[in-house]
Ligand binder design. Structure first.
Ligand code: FE2
Ligand code: FE2
Length: 125
């Protein structure tokens, strides 16, 4: 993972690292593994988001509404492209190759980083 995406919060960084690994596997995989790996990515993202949401609820994070909304939008978008990819693989591929990383990176830099700072200020992580 690039240093600029590292938040220095163990479990969050771990989840982000795993996501990037799945994403790079999808980019390199054979056609028949594309949808199964896409599904793995969705499952992983659900778990990753649920983990962060539990922390936000537990510590009553001040900006959780924005963060939760963004999680919801990102998952809805992923599901949308997954469904699209079933009928037109090229559509799914362009999401994976040209869009998914940027979207993920922006989430870490703009939203997850705030949560990380909040946790560090309270010595929670
Ligand atoms: Fe995250
Ligand atoms: Fe997040």
């Amino acid at each position: 993972m690039h240093d600029d995406l590292c938040l220095n919060i163990g479990v969050m960084d771990e989840k982000h690292e795993e996501f990037l690994e799945i994403l790079s596997n999808i980019k390199r995989c054979e056609q028949e593994l594309f949808l199964p790996l896409f599904e793995v990515m969705i499952h992983h993202t659900k778990e990753h988001f649920a983990y962060e949401e539990n922390i936000m609820h537990a510590y009553n994070f001040y900006d959780k509404k924005v963060h939760l909304d963004e999680h919801e939008n990102m998952l809805a978008e992923m599901n949308y492209f997954y469904e699209k990819a079933k009928k037109s693989p090229a559509f799914g591929k362009s999401y994976i190759n040209e869009y998914a990383y940027e979207k993920f990176k922006r989430h870490i830099l703009n939203v997850d980083s705030q949560l990380a700072m909040f946790l560090k200020e309270r010595s929670i992580a």
